[in-house]
Design a protein around this ligand. Structure first.
Ligand code: ZN
Length: 325
């Protein structure tokens, strides 16, 4: 069963909005665009691997997608696991790579060399990455007093168009590199009829509870990360059809000046953008500035129509905008 679903990560949502709303010709535009493309490809790769997991027996396997757990009781450092599969005899940690091009796993320098359109690029060896996650997860299990359980690690290469070559001296580690379609068989191979179950039903239940409780999604301040100023962000409501800002509000309807599209709820996406880029906690004034609406009462009506209840009264009232689902 899927104990924790994969949802679009906050960081990806934030990058997407930043990419849409950064002012034209900004010096960091290309950089942001390429980071967004990279993260988006990674997310798509993870989603494509999830497809193969549906064949795992629902009752025997608990699947957790995209976990971010504290390294110790000091909640300053975290480690991330793309996918964790829990079975009563073992756990499997999977690192997903969605790299396109010719991939060469180089044993000598612990790296992947990717050749694409004649250009070489290097990436750190994902097998080492997932090995480190294994150490951190083992420590996490000990800290939380779970029984010692065998931990397997895999690296899944999800792009079907990538051509994989492995250095002949790579050794046993090469068995950890898989494609999506071999994942299920690989996992069945870990099941032993000889070995007794390490995790009893009550342990499994407690482990699920702890993993869900301790999972802390990465929520970066994206403007700070890229050193972007508030005034470098485009305000206004974007047209849902042609994506051009700003739409203007005529009698409770948003109208696009570019393609004449009309919308009653185009402000909802703009408010989600605001929450992602700046802060979900807002005052009426912030929204008037961002949506380019002059009337205080119009904004109040908009927020109420989204069922948002303020805390505090009058000018000090604070609303909490929802993050996209
Ligand atoms: Zn339009």
């Amino acid at each position: 069963m899927i104990a924790k679903k994969r949802t679009k990560p906050l960081k990806l949502m934030k990058l997407e909005v930043l990419n849409e709303r950064i002012v034209q010709n900004h010096s960091k535009m290309q950089f942001i665009e390429s980071d967004f493309a990279k993260y988006n490809a990674g997310f798509k790769g993870e989603m494509s691997l999830d497809f193969y997991m549906k064949d795992l027996n629902e009752d025997d396997y608990h699947i957790f997608h995209d976990l971010r757990l504290p390294q110790s009781s000091n909640e300053q450092f975290y480690f991330q696991i793309d996918t964790l599969i829990v079975h009563s005899q073992f756990c499997v940690l999977i690192e997903v790579k969605n790299l396109i091009g010719n991939l060469y796993f180089d044993h000598q320098f612990d790296q992947i060399i990717r050749t694409r359109d004649g250009v070489d690029e290097t990436f750190s060896d994902p097998i080492n990455q997932v090995a480190l996650q294994k150490v951190q997860f083992a420590k996490w299990l000990r800290l939380n007093k779970f029984p010692e359980i065998p931990l397997h690690t895999l690296v899944a290469i999800t792009n079907p168009k990538s051509y994989i070559r492995i250095s002949p001296k790579y050794g046993k580690k090469s068995q950890k590199i898989i494609r999506g379609n071999t994942l299920v068989n690989k996992i069945y191979g870990y099941v032993s009829t000889q070995q007794e179950n390490v995790l009893l039903k009550k342990d499994l239940k407690r482990l699920t509870k702890y993993l869900i409780r301790e999972d802390t999604p990465h929520n970066p301040d994206i403007l700070k990360n890229y050193n972007i100023k508030r005034e470098e962000i485009l305000t206004g409501v974007f047209c849902p059809k042609c994506n051009t800002p700003p739409m203007i509000r005529i009698k409770r309807t948003w109208v696009c000046l570019n393609c004449s599209e009309e919308s009653n709820d185009a402000h909802e996406k703009a408010l989600q953008d605001y929450a992602l880029l700046f802060n979900p906690q807002v005052k009426n004034r912030d929204i008037r500035d961002f949506l380019n609406i002059e009337s205080r009462s119009s904004v109040k009506k908009l927020l109420h129509s989204m069922n948002l209840k303020p805390i505090g009264s009058r000018k000090a009232a604070i609303y909490t905008l929802p993050f996209p689902k």
